[in-house]
Design a protein around this ligand. Structure first.
Ligand SMILES: [Zn+2]
Length: 667
């Protein structure tokens, strides 16, 4: 393993995002999304799906404090996968088994925002939430409201479906971020107690359970805990969960047998990526969010333990996901059945699942692969996700959300045909299963950690969004500022401010959509080498050095590989990293009748609507309906010409309900 290529993520508290495009979104998260989310978690939003997440902690804390655990009877608890559960008791546990994770993601997001904007009131609320969470903790460290309320005797008896380790993972991520942001470690200490308790139950040692989570997440979180504590025990536990997954005898089958509750064994272990050991898995399979979180943890563990076979597995699965099972927007998960991958080149745009969380999970995976090796293809996918398939999950005003991210909607079909009903045509206020909104908030708030990475002798800019980053390279503090108007403009300036002259390699990704570029260093045109998708300059950098890069942003008419049946004969439009779509609001109904020539000439125009976009215009053709016959000779086709307006895909569904399509028929 070529460990000299390894990089680490920047200290997020040392990154100041200055970018127009992202700064506005990060502020939206801080000022709108977080308060909105807090109201949702407290069930204060009229007409929104209920959460009960705070109430569950209040009840669990009350039970813990009053030592009444076990005295409240569990009622009709339904724990089937995908089902909301209720204790049946008034004021019992409500919501999904993983409801605790929504509180965790809110706290984690708060932590990131406090890094760039101090807010005493918000911090006080977060401290109170942490007090509440800690008040629910058991003597032995255990902390999961579902079982605290419904009966601790059942804990860790259904790892397959009941998400205890998943919730612990999210709480851990929150605790690490909150300590990073504030220096306060109350939650971190509580979570360490819980993890130590878990470590005493699960592990390779004789007498310990050989289980692993049904929903991966704790693996990547334990790596964060290892980072902040330096305690290798946590990295070892992450590796155990990864190594154990899919081993024979299958743990989920065994635990189901041990529960002996009359319910059948799961017939699809691949849903959990538990059908065979991870190193033997050839293709991405099963629930897409779970898969992406698993691969993220695998990449972390591969890097930190220098595990070649695990790295090869990550590379193989990366290849399968991004070359055969990923939408042009970066979305993954082709089927609503199991919210899952299906098979290679199966990428329907209208019946897609494309969960926002899955796109976010793939961005996590891309970030880890970039830390193993800065390679253009990883950065290209990360960029595709950030500017398309992730931010499509939130409305421009920050109060409406998509769980499913279609590439094509026809509202009549989505309302009337049950096969398409999972695809919403308007963003929703909240969800009973509310994993996506808090996830989009935390990735936006932590954007600074996705833009670059570095090691002792190199610094890499993966995404050229405006940001000032401070890193320590060769023992010297080095400031690197990226400026520009990405993704609308390809002119990028990079300024270097080392505290003293420092020799290192600076690399900046040349996106795969860019056919040619020009570069200047301190006003002199240069032609530096591009390797692995990065322009690289090795020199002694001094304060005031300036690199200017120009990436021409031509409009590209794209098509999918001909093996993708669902968009065969259709094209989509990209400019720079942004994928475009047609909406009914601009182009009228019946978008399926629209055709464009692959020689169409586009004009790009900066416009103020939709919070400021670059819109694209071209002339197209719209086929005219016949006179009443259902079928006619193809030669009788007639068209009218039509001026088409394309908007960025992420901005769709902000002007009321209507048709939308990313793929357009070729003329
Ligand atoms: Zn989700």
């Amino acid at each position: 393993m070529r460990t000299e290529l390894f990089t680490r993520e920047p200290d997020i508290s040392k990154v100041r995002v200055t970018d127009n495009f992202w700064k506005q979104r990060m502020e939206l998260v801080r000022t709108k999304v977080l308060p909105y989310e807090w109201d949702a978690l407290n069930d204060r939003i009229e007409g929104a799906a209920s959460s009960h997440a705070v109430a569950n902690f209040e009840l669990a804390a009350k039970l813990t404090v009053e030592h009444k655990v076990g005295t409240i009877k569990a009622g009709s608890v339904r724990t089937e996968q995908g089902q909301a559960v209720s204790s049946g008791e008034e004021n019992g546990f409500e919501g999904f088994v993983f409801q605790d994770s929504d509180i965790a993601k809110w706290l984690e997001t708060v932590a990131y925002t406090l890094m760039w904007k101090k807010d005493a009131e918000l911090e006080k609320t977060a401290d109170e939430v942490i007090d509440l969470v800690c008040a629910a903790q058991q003597e032995d460290g255990y902390l999961d409201t579902f079982y605290i309320i419904n009966g601790l005797d059942k804990r860790f008896t259904n790892l397959q479906d009941n998400h205890e380790l998943y919730c612990l993972g999210h709480l851990l991520e929150a605790a690490v971020a909150y300590t990073d942001a504030t220096g306060k470690d109350k939650l971190l200490k509580a979570l360490i107690r819980y993890v130590d308790y878990v470590d005493g139950i699960f592990g390779p040692e004789p007498g310990k359970k050989k289980g692993y989570p049904g929903h991966e997440e704790i693996e990547l979180a334990l790596v964060k805990l290892f980072r902040i504590t330096g305690n290798k025990k946590y990295l070892k536990l992450a590796k155990f969960f990864i190594d154990q997954r899919g081993a024979e005898p299958n743990y989920f089958v065994e635990e189901c047998r041990a529960r002996n509750d009359g319910k059948p064994y799961t017939d699809d272990l691949s849903y959990y990526q538990a059908h065979k050991p991870v190193r033997k898995q050839e293709v991405a399979i099963g629930h897409a969010v779970r898969a992406a979180y698993l691969y993220t943890g695998m990449a972390d563990v591969a890097r930190l333990t220098k595990d070649d076979s695990l790295l090869e597995t990550c590379e193989r699965l990366w290849e399968d996901v991004t070359k055969k099972q990923m939408y042009i927007t970066g979305s993954i998960g082709s089927s609503p059945v199991g919210e899952a991958f299906t098979f290679d080149y199966d990428l329907p745009g209208d019946s897609i699942y494309g969960e926002t969380c899955a796109a976010i999970g793939l961005a996590f995976f891309a970030k880890r692969m970039l830390m193993i090796q800065p390679k253009g293809e990883y950065g290209d996918v990360l960029e595709k996700l950030l500017y398309n398939g992730i931010i499509s999950g939130i409305s421009l005003d920050g109060t409406r959300f998509f769980y499913v991210n279609p590439l094509e909607v026809y509202p009549k079909k989505n309302h009337m045909d049950a096969r398409f009903r999972h695809v919403k045509t308007e963003r929703q206020k909240w969800f009973g299963c509310a994993c996506c909104p808090p996830n989009i908030a935390r990735i936006t708030a932590s954007l600074g950690s996705f833009l670059s990475s570095y090691n002792d002798d190199s610094f890499y800019t993966h995404i050229p969004a405006g940001a000032e980053t401070e890193a320590v390279i060769s023992g010297n503090r080095v400031g690197i500022a990226v400026e520009g108007n990405y993704p609308w403009d390809g002119d990028i300036t990079v300024r270097f401010e080392p505290e003293k002259n420092t020799e290192f390699t600076y690399g900046i990704r040349i996106p795969s959509w860019c056919d040619s570029f020009t570069a200047e260093l301190n006003g002199v045109k240069i032609e530096p080498a591009v390797s692995d998708g990065y322009l690289k300059i090795k020199r002694v950098f001094k304060a005031g050095d300036e690199l200017k890069l120009s990436l021409p942003m031509d409009v590209k008419i794209m098509e999918a590989d001909c093996r993708v049946r669902s968009c065969f004969g259709r094209v989509s439009i990209m400019r720079g990293p942004v994928v475009y779509c047609l909406e009914e609001a601009d182009n009228g109904p019946d978008l399926h009748r629209v055709r464009i020539s692959e020689n169409a000439e586009f004009s790009a125009k900066e416009e103020k609507d939709l919070n400021g976009i670059t819109a694209l215009y071209c002339m197209g053709f719209k086929e005219l309906p016949g006179e009443g016959e259902l079928y006619k000779p193809a030669s009788a086709r007639r068209f009218e010409t039509i001026k088409l307006r394309f908007i960025p895909y992420y901005a769709w569904a902000n002007r009321g309900e209507g048709e939308m399509t990313v793929w357009v028929n070729r003329y």
